[in-house]
Write a protein of this length. Structure first.
Length: 490
């Protein structure tokens, strides 16, 4: 259990975090006076409450975006870059405070939270460097009659909807390019993890971001708030990270309004291990791909596809590693924290029960622990029937399912047999095979002999039901820019 001394320290950190709405540079309560509780998933108890904004606050936030957009778009790129760099440095100085805050409201281990603070700060550094490289092109028309001038301009006010599983990194991955491009924005953080975003917004204020550029509306009524923002005539873009079902609804609304959109949605990611792979490296990669963030990641490996001749050995060794991981509050020394809330834990437990009832074998885990908090143990299932629901949905928890394949063609067929197309992982010593399989996998990202694909320098995103657009890399800032062409007479 978490010590009283540690809880007292965390309580002090929470008291320092703004718990109001940020609109037009001012912290304010919701007009209704309503607030909602933020829970510690390790205990299920409230640790703070924050302002519960609604459509009225959404309109005010959009008006603040409009008021700030013209001046912000004319702000020199170097100034925008310097603000991003200052916020990056401040995050790194505040790493421990931000990490403890994140663990308290989200549940991941302190080690992972510290890593996320650094990862989130890296997005600000990356986009600070990109901010000063948003040039255009000047060329001669082929017929010699004119000069062609292309320039890039900010798209305008953006609506950024962030998830609870990476509350800081998914925030900076959206806020960073918006600032670099010269866009104003409204951020609607997840109801479960508003504190991290409010702390980040305060950092940007301290680093000189002008009033109205970044507005934060915390709410437990996401649909009316986001819809109100999207229906505002000044709205120009929506960026959403979350479930495919919600993403489809937002994409339909964005289409009606002809808004630019970035949708980073769910995944049912395969992890392929061929018989010639380095099994030790594959197991290391499997732990990263499955257990990073307690399995609550869109890039998490959902389906482990192992060549028949090494499947039993791989399954046994994976079960040994996962079964040895300590489960407990993230603020302790535990390696595996709680899931985000009771519905998430109950859903994972139901998927495991369904698979076992269908004939799957449990090598480790597979039970609902007693006591407080929303914990579920690392679990490995083998002999999972193809019709089991767990093989056809995003698990979002610490459960690994193992299937076997006979040859490369079958492996690819199984891997691609999903409506999703976010990420995949391939382990083989045969480079030609690795490149061949990479080409045939229907996904947006592949980890070849790597268990992690995310980096600020690379374009993150998927195909099929896993989304539209890219975040990170040079492509990430392009999502926030419009291209203008001028024809200049000679």
């Amino acid at each position: 259990m978490v010590s009283e001394a540690l809880m007292s320290e965390v309580g002090a950190i929470v008291r320092d975090v703004p718990r109001q709405l940020l609109i037009g540079g001012a912290w304010r309560e919701a007009a209704s006076g309503a607030r909602f509780a933020v829970l510690d998933p390790a205990t299920g108890r409230s640790v703070a409450d924050v302002a519960d904004g609604g459509p009225q606050e959404a309109i005010l936030a959009m008006e603040a975006c409009v008021a700030a957009q013209a001046d912000w778009s004319r702000t020199p790129a170097r100034v925008r870059s310097d603000i991003l760099l200052a916020a990056c440095r401040r995050m790194l100085v505040d790493e421990e405070r931000l990490a403890r805050l994140m663990t308290l409201e989200m549940g991941k281990s302190l080690a992972e939270s510290r890593g996320e603070v650094r990862y989130a700060a890296d997005f600000l550094r990356w986009f600070a460097e990109e901010a000063v490289r948003l040039g255009g092109q000047y060329s001669l028309a082929p017929d010699g009659s004119a000069r062609i001038l292309t320039t890039r301009e900010p798209v305008g006010p953006c609506i950024l909807v962030t998830p609870w599983n990476f509350p800081l990194a998914m925030g900076t991955r959206k806020i960073g390019p918006a600032i670099a491009a010269g866009c104003t924005m409204i951020v609607k953080p997840a109801q479960q993890t508003p504190l991290s975003m409010l702390a980040l917004a305060a950092i940007f204020q301290d680093c000189g971001l002008p009033a109205g550029v970044l507005n934060v509306v915390t709410t437990r009524r996401a649909a009316p708030v986001v819809t109100t923002c999207m229906e505002h005539p000044a709205a120009r873009k929506v960026s959403f990270t979350g479930s495919t079902n919600v993403g489809r609804r937002l994409a339909a609304q964005a289409g009606d309004r002809m808004l630019r959109m970035s949708m980073e949605l769910g995944g049912d990611n395969p992890f392929l291990v061929f018989a010639d792979a380095d099994l030790d490296a594959a197991l290391d990669g499997a732990i990263l791909a499955k257990m990073r963030n307690i399995g609550e990641a869109c890039t998490a490996a959902n389906r482990f596809l192992i060549e028949e001749s090494v499947a039993d050995d791989f399954a046994r060794r994976l079960a040994d590693r996962m079964g040895a991981m300590t489960v407990g509050p993230g603020l302790s020394d535990a390696q595996v924290g709680p899931l985000i809330d009771a519905p998430a834990r109950d859903r994972v437990a139901a998927l495991v029960r369904d698979a076992v009832d269908a004939g799957a074998d449990v090598l480790t885990g597979g039970f609902m622990p007693e006591g407080e908090g929303f914990f579920y143990p690392p679990t490995v299932l083998t002999n999972v029937p193809a019709h089991a629901e767990i093989l056809n949905t995003e698990v979002f928890g610490p459960v690994a399912t193992i299937q076997t394949f006979r040859d490369e063609a079958e492996a690819i067929d199984i891997a691609n047999a999903t409506t999703f197309g976010l990420a995949a992982y391939v382990y083989t010593r045969d480079l030609a095979r690795g490149l061949r399989v990479t080409d045939r996998l229907q996904v947006g990202m592949v980890g070849l002999n790597r268990g992690v694909v995310s980096t600020p320098a690379a374009p993150f995103g998927g195909i099929k039901a896993s989304g539209i657009g890219r975040e990170g890399g040079r492509e990430g800032v392009e999502e926030y820019l419009s291209l203008k062409y001028a024809s200049i007479a000679i």
